[in-house]
Design a protein. Structure first.
Lengths: 348, 416
């Protein structure tokens, strides 16, 4: 190969720059991940209550034989390793977690916690990822439209979206459930599929899944639309008043083209906003899952809390944290591609 | 100050939000005066009594009687006692008797009864009709005749010596009592919940507790965020790097996960409303810290700050007199948002079963949790959950409106 020409050199410089940006983001991801694991392990153990004692109390309620209670206590002490020093416990926890081993569930004994979680995680991702994305997109489109059209449209849409964005996710879930499932009977009341079915790839099962999917999906979408629309509207208004828009108008550039520019520029903060709020959104959506008894992580966590199933709760929170971290990381990567400022910074 | 306030109250959004919030606060203060007592008192023995006015039947029989002759009383009585099933059964009878019912409105009691009187004959034995069904029609007919007849009810008491029933008074169909003369009348505007508690009373008290939780959580979060933001922004250097490192980590780790972990580990007994509020505050300060820091950085090199520095003022004094007043409006706005998200956080936590302990005070989240646990949403008891959702939405709506209004006053670029 001969001398690289101008274009390839620029390309090489750009990929190097991107690599630096992504490397930095990846480093952040790893650091946050480590902190999250540490918190997940130490926070419950820093609390005054002794979880093993609490669990033993629950398991041994009604037992009169003191030595049997002692035996149960010992058994759980070993299971959690609480009789070893803290740092050894932590290493054990990390080692097991790396192997995907989160212990045995109390409430669904003898199922492994990892089994329960792997059967729930697919439902949660399939529900929340599309719902949050669709809500975000629709909200941004509506917000931009509201900013562009303003009169009338703005007057009706803004207060409605403002109010909608303030209905809690579980509230929206309950309202949809009561109206469309209990009263109109258009959709089933709960679950991820008909309770008399066994998950398989048959047509009737898929149909049942789709029917059960609608209400949880739309309740999450409706919630996120409001907030996004309000944010996008003010962003777009801000951009529409910017000097470059006035200049472009002055130059006689077509409205349609200007709106395209404005939309792109106003989108950028919205992507960051999504990255910052995705944790909160997932939290709300998990609670909405409980209302519909959707077989995802939210319901799993609820089952864990009601049954005082400590290993299940600990593993669920860890998985949710990891999911949020990955989502944030991916958004950062996407942001790197679409923000011209990041692109420009790579040539420094 | 006075001028700022006047400006703030010129913003229509702020005023609307403020009015809604003030109305909620006023209800919270005034309603308990009108309806005192513990909000957790279980007055109903059954669950989910419907909203309405409850008149003591016992006292009503002793109240002074007026005679009113109302022409539509009989019809109303029959309409109220004819259930939907009975009406459908009547139409079924007409169809069996081959009568055209195509233009009959099933809710029109008069037309239904007229047709019934005309066509019902207890001696007819339609083909294929079971004995039980025929008897059902006979009973229905008798009940209808009884309702139309001039019947009297007798109130009787057991004689203590003989054990025989002694007539005390008679009630005829034209007897009426004035509600105001009945000793015990209870108005339950929102019925009772699954425990038999007065929902409105509970809701008012829960709103108070939830707002308090929001305020405590907001104060804790704002104090932490403000301190960290000021330090990071003003001191800069290593302190800034360190604080931002922590803040960035806690921005990404979802606050509600920490909230769940802490609340669960605390255990039910430890979780009072205040504790929950403080924990919520401790998991939601990152937003404030970030934005305070960026505001302070833009202020740090202003002339008046530099002048203070040259005059040898202490760090505390510079922060308090030269920086804080400039970001005060911003901090107030952040506080308002924190209050609203704190209320929401409590509700979500309670729905997971990790809310404040249930024996002391009701909160909006706990009420929601109870309603869901006793499936108020599937058995049609809307009064147990809908007012709660509406209250949460209204509080958060009013706080957000106030925030937007303030934002427009203090950020001229956002003004429409």
């Amino acid at each position: 190969m001969g001398q690289p020409n101008e274009k390839t050199r620029a390309f090489l410089a750009r990929t190097k720059g991107y690599r630096k940006y992504f490397g930095k983001k990846l480093l952040w991801f790893v650091i946050t991940f480590v902190v999250a694991v540490i918190l997940n392990f130490f926070l419950p153990r820093m609390m005054p209550a002794d979880p093993v004692a609490a669990i033993t109390g629950k398991m041994a309620s009604g037992m009169t034989d003191a030595s049997a209670v002692q035996e149960i206590y010992k058994r759980y002490e070993e299971e959690f390793g609480t009789n070893k020093p803290m740092w050894q416990q932590f290493l054990l926890f990390c080692k097991n977690a790396l192997h995907g081993d989160f212990g045995t569930s109390f409430s669904q004994y003898p199922r492994r916690v990892s089994d329960i979680i792997s059967s729930a995680i697919g439902w949660t991702i399939a529900l929340q990822l599309p719902a949050i994305l669709v809500g975000w997109l629709l909200g941004n489109l509506l917000g931009a439209l509201a900013a562009y059209i303003r009169k009338g449209f703005d007057k009706v849409l803004l207060p409605v979206s403002l109010f909608m964005s303030n209905i809690p996710a579980f509230g929206m879930a309950v309202i949809l459930l009561v109206v469309f499932a209990v009263n109109l009977k258009w959709f089933p009341v709960s679950g991820g599929y008909n309770f008399d079915m066994i998950p398989n790839l048959s047509w009737s099962f898929i149909k049942s899944v789709i029917v059960h999917y609608q209400l949880p999906f739309w309740s999450i979408v409706l919630i996120s639309i409001g907030g996004q629309a309000v944010g996008m509207r003010s962003m777009s208004i801000y951009e529409l008043n910017a000097d470059y828009v006035k200049y472009a108008r002055f130059l006689g550039i077509k409205d349609r083209k200007i709106v395209g520019y404005v939309f792109r520029n106003a989108m950028l903060p919205q992507v960051t906003g999504l990255a910052l709020s995705i944790g909160t959104m997932i939290g709300g959506a998990l609670v909405a899952e409980i209302i519909f008894s959707y077989p995802g992580l939210g319901s799993t966590m609820y089952a864990g809390v009601t049954a005082a199933d400590y290993p299940l709760i600990s593993a669920t929170t860890l998985i949710i944290t990891v999911m949020v971290l990955i989502a944030t990381f991916l958004l950062d990567i996407i942001y790197g591609f679409i923000d011209p400022r990041v692109k420009a910074a790579q040539f420094d | 100050m006075k001028n700022t306030l006047r400006q703030v109250f010129h913003s229509s959004k702020f005023v609307v939000g403020f009015c809604i919030f003030a109305a909620i606060l006023l209800t919270m203060i005034i309603y308990p005066l009108y309806n005192p007592g513990s909000p957790l008192e279980m007055i109903g023995v059954g669950t989910f009594a419907k909203p309405g006015t409850y008149v003591s039947l016992y006292d009503a029989t002793k109240a002074p009687v007026e005679t009113l002759r109302l022409s539509d009383a009989d019809d109303k009585r029959i309409a109220a006692s004819l259930s939907q099933d009975d009406r459908i059964a009547m139409v079924e009878w007409f169809t069996i008797m081959e009568i055209d019912v195509s233009d009959l409105d099933i809710s029109d009691t008069d037309a239904l009864l007229a047709l019934w009187r005309e066509h019902y004959d207890p001696s007819v034995k339609p083909k294929g009709m079971t004995m039980a069904k025929r008897n059902y029609y006979k009973r229905l007919n008798n009940a209808l005749l009884e309702l139309q007849g001039a019947d009297t009810l007798i109130i009787a008491d057991t004689d203590e010596e003989t054990g025989a029933l002694v007539e005390k008074s008679k009630i005829t169909k034209t007897d009426y009592v004035n509600v105001s003369t009945v000793a015990n009348v209870k108005v339950l505007p929102l019925g009772t919940d699954n425990f038999g508690r007065d929902v409105l009373k509970e809701l008012v008290s829960a709103t108070g507790t939830s707002i308090l939780i929001g305020i405590i959580a907001g104060t804790v979060a704002t104090l932490i965020g403000l301190t960290l933001g000021l330090l990071a922004g003003y001191v800069g250097g290593f302190v800034d790097d360190f604080i931002m490192f922590i803040t960035n980590i806690f921005t990404v780790i979802p606050g509600f996960v920490l909230l769940i972990l802490i609340s669960y580990s605390l255990g039910q007994e430890q979780r009072g409303a205040t504790v929950v509020a403080v924990v919520i505050g401790f998991t939601s300060w990152t937003w404030t810290a970030r934005s305070v820091r960026s505001q302070v950085i833009s202020l740090r090199n202003r002339d008046h700050v530099n002048l203070s520095k040259l005059s040898g003022h202490s760090l505390v004094r510079i922060v308090l007199t030269d920086i804080l007043p400039y970001i005060a409006s911003y901090v107030v706005m952040a506080f308002i948002l924190q209050v609203s998200s704190g209320i929401l956080a409590e509700a979500q936590l309670s729905l997971l079963g990790l809310g404040p302990k249930t024996t002391e005070v009701p909160t909006l989240g706990l009420m929601m949790n109870w309603a869901m646990l006793y499936s108020a949403h599937t058995n049609g008891s809307w009064w147990a959950y809908f007012p709660v959702i509406l209250t949460i939405a209204l509080i958060s709506f009013s706080l957000n409106l106030m925030n937007t209004g303030l934002d427009q006053v203090f950020n001229p670029t956002l003004r429409d």
